[in-house]
Design a protein around this ligand. Structure first.
Ligand SMILES: [Zn+2]
Length: 52
């Protein structure tokens, strides 16, 4: 059964943000950037689309 692996993959735990290296609560193993950096990235995306 692979359920244990899946549970671990999607387990929320503290990880280091790839951008600011702060510890943050990651919802799953693929989430590597904290909410603050994510919101900054979204702001940049929105800003560039406004500028274009
Ligand atoms: Zn961050």
């Amino acid at each position: 059964m692979d359920m244990a692996n899946e549970n671990e993959l999607y387990q929320a735990k503290l990880r280091s943000c790839l951008m600011c290296e702060d510890d943050f609560e990651s919802a799953w193993s693929g989430e590597r950037v904290c909410k603050r950096c994510k919101s900054q990235a979204q702001w940049q995306t929105g800003n560039s689309s406004l500028a274009a």
